[in-house]
Design a protein around this ligand. Structure first.
Ligand code: GKR
Ligand code: MG
Length: 441
């Protein structure tokens, strides 16, 4: 079996005006659907970041992918590692900024792991289809049958995403108060059955965000783990103040995620919380984005739970390696997300299913997208009591609905932008003078 053709489908997916410390989400999120068509007539699929950067990176490996044996993934990774060294040298010499400042999918330092992941997952999907086995079985099999996800809440303005005639219904309305946060959580929990909750913070004054977490605790009780993630918007002092103020609310499986920028700062927050008798773990997908960061997380004690992501850590096999490394180092593991559709959701589910250390409910932006944009046959992937059950179907377990893919491509073609820029969106729609300031509080 050889790969005859690599097909790339850049698509646009309607997205609501969600807020974070990065700024505001644009009316459409950009994604790319990847296909590897084999000489046996089997097509493997994957989903990854969108826009010119990610599509260009995939185009640049077309010559290496076409003609490749999809089983030879180690060789493909070695090829990318060679490129990675050049990219890292370049990024350092041009002063490219770290993940603290860049939205995921736009970090030049992980272009090789992102590209590897997109090709690896599509190859594994093709192999799974060829062998008639689920993707997770190709890397040793699952350690859990159903993967729990959490209700991932966002502050947002009114609007459901999309534009003009293509505007989506605003399912959740404006969310800028503790009452609205609780309302959105109740809606998501009722609809998907989630049993864990994460609030994207870094938007309102920290006291207002603490009130929202307290209101969630009051509504859902201690059996629902709670997390808050301000994406580095707070200083060390503010992070400590929030950690102390939410000691009870973030206990029982909760965590404080990327409260401030940098591993040193996180380490200091950890030391000060421990000194005060507070053992709330610090989680991260900003300070820790690659394997080289893991030992530093351990040495500084800045991060106790690493949020992995098969899309930019290198794929499903890289996730498994991370799980092993976390076990050796005594770290916990959870999963990060960005706006995505069903192909990514199934990738995340298979990846989580093969990682014994991934014991926290994974993040997912899936509730923020709608049926209208879904590209998998049969419509949106179903959740069962907050979990995605690993299907006993070949590969990822989902197929592409090509009419839906074509609609997504059409939306993409009409868009004037080719990269995520939340700061610009804030300036266009909320405040012309808005700048991302870290720490803001
Ligand atoms: O969608 O705005 C967002 C999130 O802030 C996302 O970009 C982050 O990557 O979900 C992510 C996180 O946990 O940091
Ligand atoms: Mg995060």
């Amino acid at each position: 079996m050889r790969i005859k053709e690599l097909k790339l489908h850049p698509i646009a997916v309607a997205d609501g005006p969600l807020r974070s410390s990065y700024g505001l989400h644009a009316p459409y999120a950009l994604r790319t659907i990847v296909e590897v068509v084999t000489t046996d007539g089997i097509t493997g699929i994957s989903e990854t970041y969108g826009g010119d950067g990610p599509v260009g990176a995939l185009e640049s490996v077309r010559h290496r992918v076409e003609g490749m044996d999809p089983f030879q993934l180690t060789g493909f990774w070695q090829y990318l590692q060679g490129q990675a060294r050049e990219i890292e040298a370049q990024a350092t010499s041009t002063g490219a900024r770290s993940q603290t400042w860049l939205v995921p999918g736009e970090n030049p330092l992980d272009v090789h792991t992102r590209t590897n992941a997109a090709i690896e997952v599509a190859c594994l999907d093709a192999i799974g289809k060829a062998l008639g086995r689920p993707l997770c079985d190709l890397v040793g099999g699952k350690c859990r049958d159903a993967v729990p996800f959490s209700a991932y809440l966002f502050y947002k303005h009114a609007g459901g995403g999309g534009m003009g005639d293509d505007a989506r219904e605003d399912e959740y309305g404006e969310i800028l108060t503790p009452e609205a946060v609780v309302r959105s959580a109740k809606q998501m929990v009722a609809q998907y059955g989630f049993k864990e909750i994460k609030l994207k913070g870094g938007v309102l004054d920290p006291d207002a965000e603490m009130d929202a977490i307290r209101a969630l605790r009051a509504e859902f009780g201690p059996s629902f783990p709670l997390r808050i993630d301000p994406n580095c918007a707070w200083s060390v002092d503010t992070s400590v103040r929030v950690g102390l103020g939410l000691t009870e609310e973030l206990s029982n499986g909760g965590y404080l995620e990327d409260p401030c920028a940098g591993m040193e700062g996180m380490g200091e927050v950890r030391r000060r919380l421990l000194a005060a008798g507070v053992d709330t773990p610090l989680a991260s997908n900003v300070a820790t984005t690659c394997f080289a960061h893991v030992p530093v997380a351990k040495q500084t004690d800045g991060v106790q739970i690493i949020l992995s992501d098969p899309h930019y850590w290198g794929g499903v096999r890289a996730q498994q390696k991370l799980s092993d490394l976390c076990e050796v180092l005594g770290l916990g593991m959870s999963m990060h997300s960005n706006n995505h559709l069903g192909v990514s959701l199934m990738t995340m589910a298979h990846a989580a299913a093969v990682c014994p250390m991934l014991t926290y409910g994974c993040d997912t932006h899936y509730p923020w997208q709608t049926e209208i944009d879904e590209v998998v046959v049969g419509g949106r992937v179903k959740f069962h009591e907050g979990t995605v059950v690993i299907p006993d179907k070949p590969g990822l377990g989902v197929e592409l609905d090509y009419d839906q893919v074509a609609r997504g491509e059409e939306r993409y073609r009409k868009l004037p932008y080719r990269k995520r820029d939340d700061e610009l969106e804030m300036q266009k729609h909320v405040d012309p003078n808005w700048k991302r300031i870290l720490p803001r509080w």
